[in-house]
Design a protein around this ligand. Structure first.
Ligand code: ZN
Length: 386
């Protein structure tokens, strides 16, 4: 079953008090089916996504191409007969903004469109002019790159689907970036100026990723011990969303880096409806390896050893304090290295991974207040088709 136009999910669920779960399925084995079963069971809209670093024409570090990811997701959707889901290109990074780089990025976007992707994130947040005067100058290269890529998607998507509605996420403020005083957060003025500039160029994202204190992946204390993700600045996030509402924008927030955030904090403290898309990536990878550790200890040890041997030096340069921290931060690179073994696991183990994913995904959907959200999307589509 093919993915739905991403814009439908975001537009239908804007201001509905829920967050759409977007999962980075770096490993599809068991996890993809588990996610779709949970989405079906709770009738929650679902986004499947991988970033450019994770998945591209060369396989990224997961070994998956856009076509392969699409195949895995569509198969799980068909098996569960679940319809309200989008396939999203997470962090399509633009790091230099040169013509050469933009040609490469556009090529990848075309590959994604060919693979039935229905939602796209352009991440040019690294392009920030610290010497710039005012928001427009500071964000000039980000704005320009996002417009170029947005126009490309618009034209190609329209050609393929005859529909100008696709999911579009833009990014202002690099997630997890720190200066000497701590995390750098996106201000309401930045978000407002950024969206205004995109809209002036007829580029209309539905969602905006901002820097609001979270960090991608597993996080550790100064002793190398894994800790919870509790740095998300809820007040700042609300203020950015309010600034967007005040300018009559339909854009709402995408929350990155949720892994490690306690579920009760998500359920009770997150501004559902201000945040409408929540990305959960590393959590699923952790779940996979936790089960392998129990069920296939020899395989786990082989992978663990490879990660420590390959990345120790690099990790220590970056301040990693324990083998657990090296594993937690660099373990993702084992996905491609051990691809064949991962995708040839026995059915009993795959079933265990699927069951655990299903259970955990239901808890996330609950914390995201997403139960029943798929029906809101179906009803929305009826109104636009009439
Ligand atoms: Zn992210």
């Amino acid at each position: 079953m093919k993915p739905m136009h991403g814009a439908y999910l975001y537009k239908a669920l804007k201001d509905k008090g829920c967050i759409i779960m977007a999962c980075n399925t770096r490993i599809c084995v068991g996890i993809m089916n588990g996610l779709f079963r949970a989405a079906k069971e709770s009738d929650s809209a679902l986004v499947i996504e991988l970033a450019k670093s994770e998945c591209n024409s060369n396989g990224g570090y997961t070994g998956l191409t856009p076509a392969k990811l699409s195949e895995h997701a569509s198969k799980a959707a068909s098996k569960t007969e679940f319809d309200v889901w989008a396939l999203h290109a997470d962090h399509t990074a633009v790091k230099k903004g040169t013509d050469e780089e933009l040609v490469e990025v556009k090529k990848l976007l075309t590959t994604c469109i060919d693979a039935d992707y229905s939602s796209f994130a352009i991440d040019a947040s690294h392009l920030f002019n610290f010497e710039g005067n005012g928001v427009e100058e500071e964000l000039g290269d980000n704005i320009r790159s996002t417009i170029v890529c947005g126009q490309h998607i618009k034209q190609q998507y329209q050609e393929k689907h005859g529909n100008s509605e696709f999911g579009f996420e833009a990014e202002v403020g690099e997630i997890g970036r720190k200066d000497t005083e701590g995390m750098i957060l996106t201000t309401p003025e930045e978000a407002e100026g950024y969206i205004k500039a995109l809209n002036n160029a007829e580029i209309f994202p539905q969602i905006l990723a901002i820097a609001n204190g979270s960090t991608h992946g597993n996080i550790y204390d100064e002793n190398g011990k894994m800790i919870e993700q509790i740095n998300i600045d809820v007040q700042q996030t609300k203020e950015v969303a309010q600034a967007l509402r005040d300018m009559n924008s339909e854009v709402r927030i995408a929350q990155h880096g949720i892994t490690g955030t306690p579920l009760h904090l998500i359920k009770e403290k997150f501004p559902h409806g201000d945040i409408i898309k929540g990305n959960v990536g590393t959590f699923w990878q952790n779940l996979f390896w936790d089960i392998i550790k129990e069920e296939k200890p020899e395989f786990f040890n082989e992978v663990f050893k490879w990660v420590i041997e390959t990345y120790s030096e690099k990790a220590k340069e970056k301040g990693a304090k324990s083998d657990d921290e090296i594993w937690g931060k660099f373990g993702k690179f084992a996905t491609k290295q051990f691809f064949d073994k991962i995708y040839a696991l026995d059915i009993e183990v795959v079933k265990k991974i699927e069951e655990k994913t299903y259970e955990e995904a239901l808890k996330f959907f609950d914390a995201f207040k997403a139960n029943g959200s798929a029906q809101i999307v179906r009803d929305y589509i009826k109104t636009i088709n009439n």
